[in-house]
Write a protein that binds this ligand. Structure first.
Ligand SMILES: O=C(O)CCC(=O)C(=O)O
Length: 175
């Protein structure tokens, strides 16, 4: 949904100032390399601005989003390679919510394992993207390096560890 967060610029500034940013390492070909983006992992309670987003999408999709991670692509050299989110290993058809802030970046989708780009999006400036169905099992996504990126982009990502529908189940009780 385009422009889902109207005050995206303020939220970008707030997170840039206050999120617990760090640069993680990844092991590739037996070498530790720095991941080409900054990441903020929230372990405890979320700040009110993120909690509001979390509560809204949790209610909308009837699922308790209980993990929040924010990525910062500082410029067009920062990127994330083709992958499916690892939550697919524990849940069938997980939902992954992404709210994009700042500059638009290319977001590409292909079948798992390779092949042509099937979909291309350009999320930024408050856009909401929800990946569901077999997206993490049958497809992969990437935010590639982009020479002409017009600035920094953030993606707020939310995932869940319990199946979709359990909020309603908890209210209604066992059948
Ligand atoms: O930045 C994005 O929109 C994608 C992030 C992503 O795929 C990930 O962190 O697993």
């Amino acid at each position: 949904m385009p422009g889902w967060v109207p005050d995206h610029a303020e939220l970008f500034d707030e997170l840039l100032r206050e999120a617990p940013w760090r640069q993680r390492t990844r092991t590739m070909w037996e070498k530790d390399v720095l991941e080409p983006r900054m990441v903020a992992v929230y372990d405890g309670p979320l700040p009110p601005s993120l909690e509001q987003l979390r509560a809204t999408v949790s209610a909308r999709y009837d699922v308790a989003f209980d993990s929040c991670l924010v990525n910062l692509y500082r410029d067009g050299n920062d990127a994330v390679a083709w992958h499916g989110d690892t939550v697919r290993k524990v849940l069938t058809n997980p939902l992954v919510v992404t709210v994009s802030l700042g500059a638009s970046r290319r977001f590409l989708v292909r079948r798992r394992g390779g092949g042509p780009v099937l979909k291309e999006y350009a999320p930024g400036q408050g856009d909401l993207m929800v990946m569901g169905g077999a997206m993490q099992h049958a497809y992969e996504h990437t935010v590639p390096r982009q020479k002409n990126a017009s600035g920094a982009r953030m993606s707020i990502t939310m995932r869940h560890s319990r199946p979709v529908g359990h909020l309603t189940d908890a209210l209604v009780g066992p059948a």
